[in-house]
Write a protein that binds this ligand. Sequence first.
Ligand code: HEM
Length: 534
Amino acid sequence: MTSQQLSVSSFNNLLITLLRNSSIYLPQSIPAIAIITAGAAIILTTGASWRYILSRKQTYFSTIPTPKGSLPLVGHLFSLGRNRVETFHQWHKELGSIFYFRLGVKKMLVVADPWAAHELLATMGKITSNRPKTTSRPMFGDVRGIIFAQPHEMTWSILRKSALNALGPRKLKEASPILNKEADEFVELVATGVNIVPLPLLMRSSLNFIFLTVFSVRTTSIEDPIYKTAISIINTSMKFSDFKNLASQFIPLLRIFDPIIGIKKKIIAYHKSMTIPFYIELIERALDAEEKNMVKILNDKLNHGKRGYYDNLIATIHDMAVAGTDTTAVTMAWSFLQLSTKLEVQMKIQHEIDTFVNNNGRLPNFWERNEMPYLIATQRECMRLRPTTEFGVIHASAEDFEWHGSVIPKDTWIMTNMADIHSDTEKYPEPEQFIPERFLGREESMTASANRKTEDRDQFNFGWGRRVCIGSHLAETQMFNVWVRVLHRCIIRPALDKNGNEVPQSLQTVPPEAGPIVVSPSKFELRFVPRNSV
Ligand code: HEM
């Protein structure tokens, strides 16, 4: 017997044993010869497919470098280290602005060059706008809302268009009296001059902006049961996307442990008992509300206004809460941290606000931002120096395609290295310096800028192309309203220690706590000191 015949024969024995002992029903009457023939056919097909894969492999990523340290089965898993941003930064230094790496069976393309990112995700967006298939949302079954749906799915375009309509400039202008009150309330709460941890208060403010827009509902404090449940649902959903819960997506062998770990069951049970009843109650309230809201717009579009068909609505609303709450809150928290040691910058912004108030007898609205050029420029510089996400929201390729002399395989995950993109020396000279002036004269909204060519974009925090953030207008309206009110009323200063001395904090001293998507600051304190008290 040749070694090949030996291996075919032992494979067949194994196959017969496995099939006969497995839970798959296999009648004893099936002759062994049939099973052996099937086994041989599988081997031959597998051999041919493997040779095909190997031949394709040589062309896949042929011109794109990959870091050392890839291991069989797990790929670069153990080379990633604890600080992915630092590891990627290092890999970019060694390999250039584009590389790929492997995580088990998945291939990840990482881009740190803003022009390449635009070409890949916007110009070639027809092929690169899929989302990776994820196992972290089993409770919704085939219903994927907006973030996890694929662009060819009809519901994605209907939901995206309807949500964009509900979050567009016209609708938000109509809602501005209500939204302005939220920003007023935030300032009332913080303008005490004492040490404050700003993030939880900013989270509630962001959640209220979203819940008012989506449901016409607001929470009254961080003790409000609606606030507590919403934040618990958002945080738990984020935890379900942790690597340990998704590991079997990368290393299929681990799927044998899935039933033992029972994560799928846990996710379904959690959402059945918490998420779905919570949202159904809020949807009913939104449909009964007098005001216009996103639930009404979506329900008209999806269900012709009929009640009771809420699967798609729930998935989409969940997207809004998850994608919009901590992104906006965290962006503001990082910005206030940066401002707390830059009194001269705050003074320039205050001069702009005071001038507007003196001329108009009221605070400016978002659509009057042209009169606040320094404020707008400073917001952009803060977002450039500390991007909200590490890698944007991952895209995936819908098919094999050619790029820069390489074939990029279907289902490649595409990540944009936000920190490095925002430090590109050609686009941002002296990138490590805080220079708001680099954005002066660019008062068009961040939303408009997000759809421009690379050279005309301000920053890239809202992503690219067909999947570009749909909540950017709400986010920047909220950020503008809060900034204007905070800086009109207060000076943002470092917290005090027990002896009454200021303890200045900065991006260098407050380490980021990377979650699956958003980069939150670890806990830090600030003071919002009323201007009339200094
Ligand atoms: C500063 C605040 C925000 C930042 C930095 C941000 C960032 C992003 C990014 C990077 C993406 C992915 C774009 C891409 O795939 O290329 C995204 C998508 C998305 N964002 Fe935002 N976002 C923010 C606020 C919001 C808000 C307030 C909402 C909702 C009210 C929202 C809803 C969404 C949704 C639904 C998507 C998915 C779009 C799709 O997949 O088609 N975001 N956002």
